[in-house]
Every structure is written in C-alpha cells, then in structure tokens.
Design a protein around this ligand. Structure first.
Ligand SMILES: [Zn+2]
Length: 346
C-alpha cells in the first residue's frame, strides 16, 4: 500500500496544484518549484538540507527561469536563508526540471554542483549531438524506407534547455559533503544513465528523483543513448532500493509516501508487462525486427495511429525491451519478479 505521508502535498496533488513548502525533518525542507503549464506535472521538488555550520545544501533545483529563481529565493527566505547561502547542489539526473536552476544557484553562491559521471557525460553528448535520432538507427530497427523520412522530420524533442553548469562527480557510495550529516549516493541508472537516489538513513528519508514516484512512471532511457541496456539497469536500480523499503520516500514530483516495497514491485511490473509482450513476439519469431515487434504490441493510441515523435518513442521503447530479452538478462525477471516480496533487509 502506498501511504501519502504529507497531507499538504497530497491535497495539492489531488487538486492538481503546487503544494506549499514545508519542513520534513529537523533542518530538512521540501521546496516545490512550479513546472510550466501544459506539462503533465505541476511541480518538481527541490529539497533543502541544513548543515551544522549554517550552510544550505540542495537536492535538485527545479526548472530554470527568473520566476522559479524568485520562488526558490522565497522558500529560502522562509527558513531565514538566501540563495547565496547554498553550499552544494546535488542533482538526481540531467533533466531540466531537476538541474534547471543549478546554474543560477551556482552563479549566486559558487555552490558545487554534483552530478553522476554518466549524466555529466550524457549532458556533454546531448550538447554536442542533440536528441536527434540517427537515420542508421531507424534502418537497424527495420523501419520501412517510406516511413523513415517523415519520422526523422518529426524528431523535434523539446525537453527544455540543456544545462551548462560546471559539475563535479557524485558516485555510488559517495557521502555528500554536508557537515554534520551523512547523506549517501545510490546510483540507480535507467531513467537516465547517471540517475542517483540519496539515502539519509539517520532521518529515515530516501530522495528518489524520478526513479520511483508514487503514482506515475518516469520513463526509461531518457538521457541519451548509452551502451548499457536501460531496462536491465532500471530494474537493477529498483532492486538496489529494496533494502530501504521501510524509509519515507521523498520523490522528485507528486508527494512523499511510505510503502516503497509495494511501489518497487508495481513499478517493475509496469515495465515487465511490456517485456513479456516483446518476449512472446520473439518466441513466435526470433528474427523479428524492432519495427515488426512494435507492430505486434498493444499501444493505447493503436499502432496505426502512432506517428512522428510518438512512433519514434514507441520504437525506441520496443528496441530497449527487445535487446533486454535477446541479451538473456530478462529471463530472471520473466520467471518471477524478484521484487514481489521486497522487504527491508537493512
Ligand atoms: Zn522530473
């Protein structure tokens, strides 16, 4: 059972509005920052952690822009601080709704911005090449030639500006430089290759970014292409959180909750349903191309109605599941979900 732990946040979520800022623990605060209207989410969370020397440390920052910079300044004023007091910013992943204001905070305070190496690399690659799909990839996927041109022409992904803030690496097992506290980095790749969660075992909090959210699924493989299989990595990342299933979850969106064991299981299942469908198609014919597999899957809009960006995204999803199955790494997950009986083992 998912149990919302913050009535203010939960009420705001039900009313589809941005919640108020508030304390979570002694010296730990949630600072919601609005997302642009028209996106399916009302806000992303910045979390502020006070150290024992008067410094402030942020986990994620929300979208960039003057308006959000003012909102953040207001939240900091609310706890008697200013943007100039920020000593470090730890970013869960490279997406603009998490890293966006890091640039502004860094300029105002000189704060060190910490990001996992694979997302630092991802940002550099996206800056150099953009999100555009390689025409060769479409050929490898078996996309019919008469469809490929239209798909490439529709390949305009506007996911917001790419951050150019200078970053330092945050690696798995690292303890964040927050005097008087012990917050530990857990690398949970999948949503992006360098996605991290932050464990605050002393106060019983787990900051999960977009890796695990209470009601929605953040998507997989959204940080540019990598050599690793994002589905395999993502499911492995869910397993990594199982030992902490008794902690309160402070996610990147929506609201705080308890019930992580259940959420890990339903999140894995959400993706494994697709893996099973792909595995069944490949059992019937192991030589199917990505295109051939995709047309055999169920799509809520209907396969025939998928076009442009949605078709590209459907194919890229199919390609990830297909290589997950073909690599043999899916077998263990398809027999029985290892997260079925996830229980805290700390
Ligand atoms: Zn997000």
């Amino acid at each position: 059972m998912i149990e919302p732990t913050d009535p203010v946040q939960f009420r705001a979520w039900r009313q589809q509005r941005v919640p108020e800022a508030g304390p979570i623990r002694d010296g730990v605060h949630s600072f919601p920052l609005p997302m642009p209207s028209g996106t399916r989410l009302t806000h992303s969370f910045c979390y502020a952690v006070e150290d024992d020397r008067g410094g402030i440390h942020l986990i994620d920052t929300g979208m960039s822009g003057d308006q959000n910079a003012d909102v953040l300044a207001g939240h900091l004023r609310g706890i008697g601080r200013s943007t100039a007091d920020v000593a470090t910013v730890t970013v869960t992943h490279l997406h603009p709704d998490h890293i966006g204001l890091a640039d502004h905070v860094h300029a105002a305070s000189g704060a060190t911005v910490l990001l996992h190496d694979r997302d630092r690399q991802g940002l550099a690659t996206l800056r150099a090449r953009g999100h555009r799909t390689d025409p060769d990839t479409l050929a490898q996927w078996g996309v019919p030639a008469d469809r490929a041109a239209a798909m490439l022409a529709a390949d305009h992904r506007d996911e917001g500006p790419l951050s150019s803030v200078p970053t330092s690496p945050a690696g798995d097992g690292d303890v964040l430089p927050i005097p008087g506290r012990r917050l530990e980095v857990i690398h949970t790749p999948g949503h992006t290759a360098g996605h991290i969660c932050i464990l605050d075992a002393d106060t019983g909090l787990l900051f999960t970014g977009d890796h695990v959210l209470p009601t929605i699924h953040g998507g997989i493989g959204l940080g540019g292409q990598t050599d690793a299989n994002p589905i395999a990595e993502y499911l492995g990342g869910l397993e990594r959180l199982a030992p902490y299933a008794d902690l309160e979850v402070a996610p990147g969106h929506e609201y705080r909750f308890r019930g992580l064991a259940q959420r890990l299981h339903t999140t894995a299942e959400h993706h494994l349903r697709r893996t099973r469908e792909v595995a069944a198609a490949l059992r019937a014919d192991p030589d199917l191309s990505v295109w051939d597999v995709a047309m055999r899957l169920t799509w809520s809009a209907g396969w025939a109605n998928l076009a442009g960006f949605y078709l590209l995204s459907a194919l890229s999803q199919t390609a990830m599941h297909r290589s997950f199955v073909q690599s043999g790494r899916a077998a263990r997950w398809l027999q029985s979900d290892p997260l079925q009986d996830a229980a805290p083992t700390r």
